[in-house]
Design a protein around this ligand. Structure first.
Ligand SMILES: [Zn+2]
Length: 169
């Protein structure tokens, strides 16, 4: 998953953007004649999958991540795609697996990346064949899963808590 850089130039007309106060907050705006583009910079939704495969959870390390990092399969939605459709596409693209949605785990703000994570529990079948975007796949039994403190780690913690109290499959 690539970072989305903020705009420096107007995506409509190419003029350098400049700060402008719109009455509520300062935003980057296009000073170009008659353009009127305003860069709202709203958070982008990201779909994430806690992938359960043959009773284990599959964590992935994306290319370019530090060696010790592992996370959930995640990605941006394509235009015209719903979140459930998008997360199953990411599971197919990144791991080569056919998945089905078990449940929505939760929705989590990820303010430092200007994203909102929509995390699902996905049960997947097939033979794991990672895409070139994936540097490593690690299989972890649910009992040995340790949630990390940021981003998709909060979904892992919620999923484990619900499994422990019997309120989720
Ligand atoms: Zn412009």
């Amino acid at each position: 998953m690539a970072d989305r850089a903020t705009y420096h130039y107007c995506p409509r007309c190419g003029t350098a953007l400049a700060p402008r106060h719109d009455g509520e907050r300062e935003r980057l705006a296009c000073p170009g004649d008659g353009c009127g583009f305003l860069h709202y910079d709203n958070p982008t939704p990201v779909v994430a999958a806690l992938v359960e495969h043959e009773g284990e959870v599959l964590l992935v390390r994306n290319q370019g991540w530090p060696e010790s990092w592992l996370g959930l399969v995640s990605g941006f939605l394509e235009r015209g795609e719903g979140p459930e459709e998008g997360v199953l596409r990411e599971v197919a693209e990144e791991l080569g697996l056919t998945g089905e949605i078990v449940s929505l785990i939760g929705v989590y703000g990820f303010e430092s990346r200007n994203e909102v994570i929509v995390a699902y529990h996905v049960r997947a079948a097939g033979t794991v064949s990672p895409s070139h975007e994936i540097a490593a796949v690690k299989r972890v039994p649910p009992g040995r899963l340790k949630p990390w403190a940021f981003g998709t780690g909060r979904a892992v913690a919620d999923w484990l808590a619900r499994r422990a109290d019997g309120s989720a499959p």
